[in-house]
Design a protein. Structure first.
Length: 383
C-alpha cells in the first residue's frame, strides 16, 4: 500500500515544478522560432519583412545588401528598420523609402537605439533592430514572471497568456514597436506601485517616443488623490509635452497623415468586423483571418468590458489599462481588417486583464473567453 505522505509530497512537488517547466518551454519555443529565422547572408532580416514591392524605393545604402524579402508589400518593420539605418526625418531618400513618413517617425526611439548600437555598420544596425523585440521579450518575461508569480498554476497561465499573446508574438515576429512600448508601460506601472512617480514619468516619456499610444496611459498617471497637487500635473507634462512637441514638428515638416483612418464611431468598427467574419464563415470560408478575426475581436471586447466594470481608481494597473479599454471601441473596420493590429495596440489591456484574473473565482471562464485567440499568435510564430 503506498505511503500517503509520499503521495502527498509527489502531488505537491508536481504542482511546484510544472508551472515553471511550461513557462521555460515557452521561452525555448520563442528563442528557437527566432533562431530558425537566421540566415548566413541575410542575418535576422527575415524578422523585418522587407516587401519586394518596396524594393525600388528602399534606401540606396541597403539596396545591394542581402536582405530577406517576402512577396508583396511586406510589413511595417521594414520602414522602422530603414529609419534605424538613416534616422534623418528631412532626408529626401528617407522620406521616399517610407509609406507614411510623419506616422513612422513618431516612433523614432527604437530605430534610434538600433542606429546607435550599430555604430554606423548598416548590416549591424539592421540585425540589431530585428532583435530588439527579442531582447524586450526576454526582459518582459522576467519582469512579468515576478509580477504574476509564474511559479504557481494561475500565475503560469497568466504569464503564458501574456507572453504568448498574438500582439506580443507578432511584434517579435515582425520587428514592430508594440512590445517595447508595452515594456515601458509595465516598468512605469511597477514604479508607481513602489511609489516612485519620477521614475514612472521617465518610463512614460521614453515609451511615448517608442509608440505614441503610451501618451494615453501617461495622461492617467501618476494617480493620486481626488484633488491632485501641482506636482502631479508637472510630472504628466514632463511625460507628455516633449512627445506631443515632436508630433507637431513632424506634422509640419514631413509628408503623410496622422493615421485618422484607424478610428470610427464607437462600436461601428467592431460591428463591421463581426458582421464580415460571420458572413464569410457562413459562406464556408474558414480562413484563419475570419475564424480568429471573430474570436479575437470578441476576446478583446470581453477584456475591455471586464476592465471597465471592474475599474478602481486607486489601482495603478487598472488605470494603465483603462484608456485602452475605451480606445478599443473606437477602432475602425480598417484597423480590424487585420485584427492582429488591434491585438497589438491592445497589449496593455491584455496584460492588465490577465493580471486582474488572479483573484477571480471564475478564473478559467474569464481566462478562456479573453485569451483563446492566443493560439493564433503561436500559430503565426511558426515558420
Amino acid at each position: 500500500m503506498p505511503d500517503p505522505s509520499a503521495t502527498a509530497w509527489r502531488s505537491s512537488a508536481s504542482r511546484a515544478w510544472w508551472p515553471t517547466a511550461i513557462c521555460l518551454a515557452a521561452v525555448a519555443f520563442v528563442l528557437v522560432m527566432v533562431a530558425i529565422r537566421w540566415d548566413k547572408a541575410a542575418g535576422f532580416t527575415k524578422l523585418i519583412q522587407f516587401g519586394d514591392d518596396w524594393a525600388p524605393q528602399r534606401l540606396p545604402i541597403i539596396k545591394d545588401l542581402p536582405l530577406a524579402t517576402v512577396p508583396g508589400g511586406g510589413y511595417d518593420g521594414q520602414f522602422y528598420a530603414q529609419i534605424a539605418v538613416q534616422p534623418t526625418p528631412t532626408a529626401p531618400e528617407v522620406q521616399n523609402a517610407l509609406d507614411n513618413p510623419e506616422y513612422r517617425f513618431r516612433r523614432i526611439l527604437l530605430p534610434l537605439v538600433a542606429h546607435v548600437l550599430g555604430g554606423g555598420n548598416v548590416r549591424a544596425v539592421l540585425n540589431i533592430y530585428a532583435l530588439l523585440n527579442v531582447a524586450a521579450w526576454l526582459l518582459l518575461a522576467g519582469i512579468w514572471w515576478a509580477e504574476v508569480g509564474a511559479s504557481t498554476e494561475r500565475g503560469a497561465m497568466v504569464w503564458l497568456a501574456c507572453l504568448l499573446s498574438l500582439g506580443v508574438l507578432d511584434s517579435v515576429r515582425l520587428s514592430l514597436t508594440d512590445l517595447p512600448a508595452l515594456l515601458c508601460l509595465v516598468l512605469a506601472a511597477r514604479a508607481l506601485q513602489k511609489k516612485r512617480p519620477r521614475r514612472a514619468t521617465l518610463w512614460f516619456l521614453i515609451g511615448g517616443f517608442v509608440r505614441e499610444t503610451v501618451v494615453l496611459a501617461a495622461a492617467t498617471f501618476p494617480a493620486g488623490k481626488k484633488v491632485e497637487p501641482p506636482k502631479v500635473w508637472v510630472l504628466r507634462g514632463v511625460a507628455i509635452i516633449p512627445v506631443l512637441t515632436w508630433f507637431v514638428w513632424l506634422h509640419y515638416k514631413l509628408p503623410g497623415d496622422f493615421g485618422t483612418q484607424v478610428f470610427a464611431f464607437p462600436g461601428l468598427g467592431l460591428a463591421q468586423q463581426l458582421s464580415l467574419c460571420a458572413r464569410q464563415l457562413a459562406a464556408g470560408n474558414f480562413d484563419s483571418r475570419y475564424i480568429f478575426g471573430l474570436i479575437g475581436a470578441l476576446g478583446l471586447g470581453y477584456q475591455s468590458l471586464f476592465l471597465l466594470v471592474r475599474w478602481r481608481q486607486g489601482d495603478p494597473w487598472t488605470r494603465l489599462g483603462l484608456p485602452f479599454a475605451v480606445l478599443f471601441w473606437c477602432f475602425s473596420a480598417y484597423t480590424f481588417s487585420g485584427y492582429w493590429a488591434a491585438a497589438r495596440a491592445m497589449l496593455p489591456l491584455t496584460f492588465v486583464f490577465n493580471r486582474l484574473l488572479a483573484k477571480e473565482r471564475s478564473f478559467w471562464f474569464h481566462f478562456l473567453i479573453g485569451n483563446l485567440f492566443m493560439l493564433h499568435g503561436v500559430w503565426r510564430m511558426l515558420p
